[in-house]
Design a protein around this ligand. Structure first.
Ligand code: PLP
Length: 402
């Protein structure tokens, strides 16, 4: 018999969503009449809009013709890489610095192969669980010690620091995961904060993995949508991004990672060349149908659809935020992001989760599942049909304003 990879046994945070699903099933079995609404997950709910969908359909149709057929496309279609550079980075990067992926999560998982097990890892606390879990799987997180992993530095993002962490705790030569707009807090870093982050990466010889998966939700023009809006970032940051939350491609699967030529290891080796090698070794490229959809999404009509779709979810977010605020529950996020981070001071997150499920039949996400600093918070997601979000808001309002 084979032995299990010891890192798998070390995995803790991966229990969050299965545990939520288990509690939801348990509640449904006890209350078969309850119409349960989920404001718990980050999965998109609205149909892909027509122009972008025509791109997907045309991409599939082309495959049945001799002229339109294509096979492997490794780093991605040249036209898509060029278009991403033009639309999102003002043409700052060459096509060979933009790698098309099957989604941001998949690239986050693969990226640590570049740095192995010996690298100190830094995350925002709370954070999207994949940064920590990916580090655990590769063996870079060290052992579990009570509320966190020994090899990971957790930068607390709390009300007291307006959800932007104290950067003085970053160790030397670290891999820093940073997500803005943030999942789960919904906080968006300002230009000045990102300038400090880039300065901290330079000072400590660290590399930033900037997760911009929710950039399409930024409406405030003063808030940067990419780390590369910050001068000097191209030699200390790479960026992952995705069509999931902008174009509704959560099931289609398409994303990209920008790995600038200016990024080097301590010995001067090129990170870009190694990433190309990793991609060719364990990833054979994103679906060509998805890429055809991505190209359509970056045409003017597609960009207008991205705007309309993200506006829809932002309107849901505004409804949830207003409901909570009227009920006297302090919350942040939901204005430039699809997540609302609601504070229940002094209370256990799972206890509040159970209360909302019990009294409103609404599934949320307990903040403690995203890291120790998430305790006493609940994450509300704005991904849902308008009618169900409105119904969830009615229930929350009648329970909390009772
Ligand atoms: N990054 C963050 C911060 C997310 O919240 C998510 C999904 O919820 C992803 C990445 C995953 O994106 P993708 O669907 O492109 O894998």
């Amino acid at each position: 018999m084979l032995k299990r990879n010891a890192s798998l046994a070390n995995l803790k945070a991966g229990y969050l969503f299965p545990e939520i699903a288990r509690r939801r099933r348990e509640f449904a079995a006890l209350h078969p009449q309850a119409e349960i609404i989920s404001l718990g997950v980050g999965n998109t709910t609205e149909p892909i809009l027509p122009h972008i969908n025509r791109g997907l359909v045309a991409g599939a149709a082309a495959l049945s013709t001799p002229e339109g057929y294509s096979g492997y496309s490794d780093e991605g279609l040249l036209a898509l890489r060029e278009r991403i550079s033009a639309v999102y980075y003002d043409g700052l990067f060459g096509a060979d610095e933009i790698f098309i992926s099957d989604g941001a999560k998949c690239d986050i998982g693969r990226l640590q192969l570049l740095f192995g097990t010996g690298v100190p890892v830094v995350v925002q606390d709370p954070s999207y669980p994949v940064y920590v879990d990916g580090s655990v799987l590769i063996g870079a997180a060290g052992s579990w010690q009570g509320s966190g992993y020994h090899g990971i530095t957790y930068l607390a993002c709390t009300k007291d620091n307006a959800y932007f962490p104290d950067l003085a705790q970053i160790p030397r030569n670290a891999l820093i995961y940073f997500c803005s707009p943030n999942n789960p807090t919904g906080a968006v870093a300002t230009r000045e904060q990102l300038e400090r982050l880039v300065a901290a990466a330079h000072e400590t010889g660290s590399l930033l993995i900037f997760d911009a998966a929710y950039a399409a939700y930024i409406r405030d023009p003063t808030l940067p949508q990419t780390i590369f809006a910050i001068e000097g970032s191209a030699d200390c940051a790479l960026e992952v991004n995705s069509f999931s939350k902008s174009a509704g491609f959560t099931g289609v699967r398409l994303g990209w990672t920008v790995v600038p030529h200016a990024l080097h290891y301590a010995d001067g080796g090129s990170i870009n060349s190694d990433w190309e090698r990793v991609a060719a070794t364990i990833f054979n490229g994103a679906s060509n149908i998805a890429q055809a959809g991505g190209l359509a999404a970056l045409e003017p009509e597609g960009l207008a659809e991205i705007r309309a779709l993200s506006d829809y979810y932002l309107q849901n977010a505004a409804l949830i935020r207003e409901t909570l605020q009227h009920a006297g529950i302090a919350c942040v996020g939901g204005d430039n992001s699809p997540y609302i981070w609601a504070s229940f001071p002094g209370r256990d997150s799972w206890e509040v989760f159970a209360e909302i499920l019990e009294h409103c039949s609404v599934v949320t996400t307990p903040g403690s599942g995203f890291g120790p600093a998430g305790e006493s918070f609940i994450r509300f997601s704005a991904f849902g049909h308008r009618a169900t979000v409105e119904e969830a808001c009615r229930r929350l309002q009648s329970y909390y304003q009772r």
